[in-house]
Write a protein that binds this ligand. Structure first.
Ligand SMILES: [Zn+2]
Length: 246
């Protein structure tokens, strides 16, 4: 997410705090990930910075959410380059990533991103902010509603809320869980980068929620998992193939 200029230090201008994982959606995915062996040889032989670049490359080349967003950015005149628009850095605290609107760069917190699935989610989330920055005149620093809208979209469309959502739907039938998760995560993301009260953040999210939750661009639907994201990518490519043939 985008942060105020004075928040820029050695780390990102703003970011998605890892403590979000203890609230709502990412609790289960992270716990599941911890049970698996995690990239043994990578852990042993590479520095955090090298691992970050390797995971980023894999994300850019293989993740369907990210491939769709990269195509959409290019189509909107904001082609993304790995070298120019991403930076692997050590970050303070529990931040896992951020979008620095002042230089149009996504910061990836190499000391906090723990595995490929986490990298996929962080890159997707931040690319949604970058997409919003490209297509609209987003006033990240002065208009809390603009920030709230992009956070709602990033939480809704990045898959941040999807796995737990599936589990809840299966076991508890809580159809509203996805909306609740998106709202909670958007509020937490705002609080991570703005020195405002929870009430002010909640009010901003509630004011924009309906329209921003229903804005699914460039996916055209809520991509609940990688299969949905693949279909969305195919549809996006077909949409533009069709237009370019007219
Ligand atoms: Zn964000």
């Amino acid at each position: 997410m985008a942060g105020a200029p004075d928040e820029r230090g050695p780390g990102p201008a703003a970011g998605e705090p890892l403590q979000q994982q203890h609230v709502g959606c990412q609790v289960f995915p992270e716990q599941l990930a911890q049970g698996k062996p995690q990239q043994g040889f990578l852990t042993s032989f590479f520095t955090d910075n090298q691992k970050c670049h390797l995971m980023l490359l894999k994300t850019l080349e293989t993740n369907p959410y990210v491939k769709l967003l990269l195509d959409a950015m290019k189509h909107s005149g904001c082609a993304v380059s790995k070298e120019r628009h991403f930076s692997c850095e050590d970050c303070n605290g529990n931040v896992s990533g951020g979008f620095d609107a002042s230089v149009s760069q996504i910061v990836l917190c190499q000391n906090n991103i723990r595995n490929q699935a986490h990298m996929n989610r962080v890159v997707t989330h931040e690319l949604i902010h970058a997409f919003d920055h490209c297509r609209a005149h987003v006033d990240w620093f002065n208009n809390i509603r603009h920030l709230a809208c992009s956070e709602v979209r990033a939480a809704n469309l990045s898959g941040d809320c999807s796995l737990l959502n599936e589990i809840f739907r299966l076991h508890f039938g809580l159809k509203q869980h996805h909306q609740t998760c998106v709202r909670d995560r958007a509020i937490l993301s705002i609080l991570a980068v703005r020195n405002i009260s929870r009430e002010v953040a909640q009010k901003a999210v509630d004011e924009v929620f309906e329209s921003c939750f229903n804005d699914h661009e460039p996916f055209g639907r809520i991509p609940h998992n990688q299969t949905y994201a693949k279909y969305a990518h195919r549809d996006f490519q077909n949409r533009h193939r069709y237009y370019s043939n007219i």
